[in-house]
Design a protein around this ligand. Structure first.
Ligand code: GLA
Length: 422
């Protein structure tokens, strides 16, 4: 159990709010839990293809502040939505669906995680908590993954460490927390998401990016800090419902492409190569893809071509970070965006406009859309001296070209989740 220490500001704000929204809670000891949002430097739509990703947990967190209860009730107050939600632990996970439909959307993620913790056999206690945070909601920094991971740590706190996480006697490693939260996200949202967002939130470390192999779940940290560079996240303001079905459709297309390419390899390559197991696009080398691309229907060729090239981009970017050359990652971002726009076809007009505007600003080293697509935000790797110029260009051109306003945020690589008594 972590020692009480300075809380991130959103946890502090939630602690201050607690007595106002739970006046009946008395003077029991309060505590807080938190987990970070993320950006992804490169490696988009590679996670569910058993590939590589290169995320950075950022200095924006989802936050819980509250106290434990002994009666199996969970009472929540959302600072963002200014509403209460209430559910009970008894009957989970069997009555998950009955309870889910009664809850506001934000609380469904929390119920989903707790339901999975119960399914995993953990003795979760009830609690009263204020839920807050400063990860922009739906803004492409994985606010839902941050909320899910923070929920696990809140449960660890309020269940008095009956589920210990990330300590030497851990019942759960951080990657197991990530996997559990991924499952909860899939259930709560209906999107067959990969593990990128939850893993990034669980593994974050200050001044580090994480190279994660989404097949083996092995990871290593790479230095990611340069005072002369900034990570700028620009939000299109666009949210599209269509995103979930398009995401699941892409996933399906990748599986179809894998099956067709596997058949080609088995038919044409020498026996030693045939024995190569091909379970995902990750297993197709760029050379093999060049050899058999023509045999695929055009749509699947584009999808697979993007994923295979994107995997290579992640490894290339990781090599550059290894030698401390963050600047050289810039061109990889432009290339990633072109692939997402033209081959994977998950961009949208507003994202393309933001990337074009960024391209016109000297000192912007690279930019691309980030996350699932069809809205959300772009990630921009920018010389610190050029941040103002980028901001000015976006403020001037984006509304003219799209009729919308963009939100601009500067992030830093920050630490992972935590929990402590106040
Ligand atoms: C969403 C999903 C992730 C990942 C990205 C695309 O954020 O939750 O698992 O697939 O899209 O890279």
């Amino acid at each position: 159990m972590q020692e009480a220490r300075t809380f991130p500001a959103p946890v502090q704000a939630a602690l201050t709010m607690f007595p106002l929204v739970f006046p009946d809670a008395g003077s029991e000891r309060l505590g807080g839990a938190w987990a970070a949002g993320r950006i992804n430097l490169i490696g988009e739509h590679t996670d569910y293809n058993d590939g590589f990703v290169l995320p950075v947990a950022v200095d924006r967190v989802a936050a819980f502040a509250g106290r434990g209860r002994t009666d199996g009730q969970v009472r929540l107050w959302s600072m963002a939505f200014k509403e209460y939600a209430h559910f009970v632990l008894v009957g989970l996970p069997e009555n998950f669906e009955q309870q889910r439909v009664m809850l506001p959307r934000w609380a469904r993620y929390i119920l989903g995680v707790i339901s999975e913790l119960v399914r995993a056999g953990l003795l979760v206690h009830g609690f009263d908590a204020v839920v807050g945070g400063d990860v922009p909601l739906g803004g492409g920094m994985s606010s839902s993954a941050a909320l899910e991971v923070a929920t696990c740590y809140a449960c660890a706190l309020f269940s008095h460490d009956q589920l210990s996480i990330g300590t030497s006697d851990a019942t759960f490693t951080p990657m197991q927390v990530a996997a559990l939260c991924q499952k909860a996200e899939q259930i709560a949202s209906g999107v067959q998401c990969g593990i990128l967002d939850q893993a990034a939130s669980c593994l974050g470390q200050p001044a580090k990016a994480v190279l994660l192999d989404c097949r083996t779940l092995a990871y290593r940290y790479l230095p990611f800090a340069d005072p002369n560079l900034a990570l700028v996240v620009i939000d299109t303001g666009v949210r599209r419902e269509l995103a979930s079905s398009a995401y699941n459709e892409r996933r399906q297309q990748c599986e179809e492409a894998t099956a067709l390419l596997r058949a080609q390899v088995q038919q044409h390559e020498p026996e030693t190569v045939q024995r190569q197991v091909i379970n995902a696009l990750r297993d197709i080398t760029p050379e093999q893809f060049t050899r058999y691309a023509e045999t695929l229907p055009v749509l699947l060729r584009k999808r697979a071509g993007y994923v295979i090239a994107e995997n290579a981009r992640v490894l290339q970017a990781a090599q550059l970070l290894d030698v401390g050359d963050i600047e050289a990652v810039g061109p990889i971002l432009w290339a990633g965006h072109a692939g997402l726009r033209d081959e994977y076809e998950v961009s949208c007009m507003e994202l393309d406009v933001l990337v074009e505007i960024a391209r016109g600003v000297p000192g912007v080293l690279g930019a691309r859309m980030m996350g699932g697509g069809f809205g959300g935000c772009t990630i921009n790797l920018v010389r610190s001296t050029a941040v103002e110029a980028l901001q000015a260009a976006v403020e001037e051109q984006y509304p003219q070209r799209t009729g919308r306003l963009a939100g601009i945020d500067i992030c830093r690589a920050a630490g992972g989740p935590g929990y402590a008594w106040a």
